[in-house]
Design a protein around this ligand. Structure first.
Ligand SMILES: O=C(O)CCC(=O)C(=O)O
Ligand SMILES: [Fe+2]
Length: 250
């Protein structure tokens, strides 16, 4: 996939892969993916959700959709124009299968688990019509704020005992005729929706701090209809899966 924001030299560093990623579940059908960036670590995985699975997800979402909100504000906001549906794993067997697949590919725990120690959030389905968009933002819930604030009494830290959003896995359920890219202005990359693919990136660095370069947004849909599904993967249960590195800045 050609990225208009990346120089040729930078593109040359990144490669496409076919790999079982060390998982026995992927031996017969290895993951096909593009390595997009190192900072943040980011990949585009192809053919990770089938057209039949997409249809099931859209069908169960259709009567649950409501105007999207953001964590920090109750009610609709102008900077996020789309519709949202949250799907719990038990809504359909397909959702459990999908969680297992994400886990095999990323090597992370992604099951919902118990509320105070969850590995992955419920799937969040988003539907954008023409003009639908989501301005630049960060997915982490509190780690983009200064560290002194994380642990204040009554702070967000207390409300998120499973830790912050370590990584985002986002399925593209449709192509978009024009517009609708997911853009990362600080990392200098953007990803065009490819039906059946998923973009995956880490928002928290190995040193435990939020990564400013993970800032991203959904560009306005100019023509067509865009559907995506987010799976946010939490930090605490994954502390051994994403260990710190020898470089404290990393
Ligand atoms: O729609 C997109 O491309 C991005 C969506 C997003 O960033 C979010 O829902 O947090
Ligand atoms: Fe986001």
């Amino acid at each position: 996939m050609r990225n208009p924001f990346q120089e040729d030299e930078e593109i040359a560093k990144y490669k496409c892969h076919v790999s079982a990623r060390g998982s026995p579940y992927l031996m017969i059908r290895p993951a096909k993916y593009e390595h997009i960036q190192d900072d943040p670590e980011m990949y585009l995985f192809h053919d990770v959700i089938s057209p039949e699975e997409i249809k099931i997800i859209q069908d169960i979402s259709k009567h649950k959709l409501y105007r999207s909100q953001v964590v920090s504000n109750k009610g609709p906001v102008e900077y996020r124009v789309s519709q949202t549906a949250w799907l719990q794993n038990q809504t359909h067997t397909v959702l459990l299968k999908i969680a297992k697949r994400i886990s095999a590919i990323t090597g992370l725990h992604v099951y919902e688990g118990i509320p105070h120690n969850m590995a992955g959030e419920h799937i969040q389905v988003l539907s954008y019509g023409i003009g639908g968009h989501y301005d630049y933002h960060f997915d982490p819930l509190f780690k983009m704020e200064p560290e002194e604030k994380w642990n204040e009494t009554g702070s967000k830290f207390e409300h998120y005992p499973s830790g912050d959003r370590l990584a985002t896995w986002m399925f593209y359920l449709t192509e978009v005729e024009a517009g609708g890219r997911t853009a990362f202005p600080q990392a200098g990359v953007s990803v065009s929706p490819v039906k059946g693919a998923a973009v995956f990136w880490y928002s928290i660095k190995k040193n435990g701090y939020g990564n400013q370069r993970s800032q991203h947004g959904g560009c306005p849909v100019l023509l067509g209809h865009k559907w995506v599904a987010n799976k946010w993967i939490r930090e605490n249960v994954n502390f051994l899966k994403y260990p710190c590195s020898l470089d404290p800045q990393e």
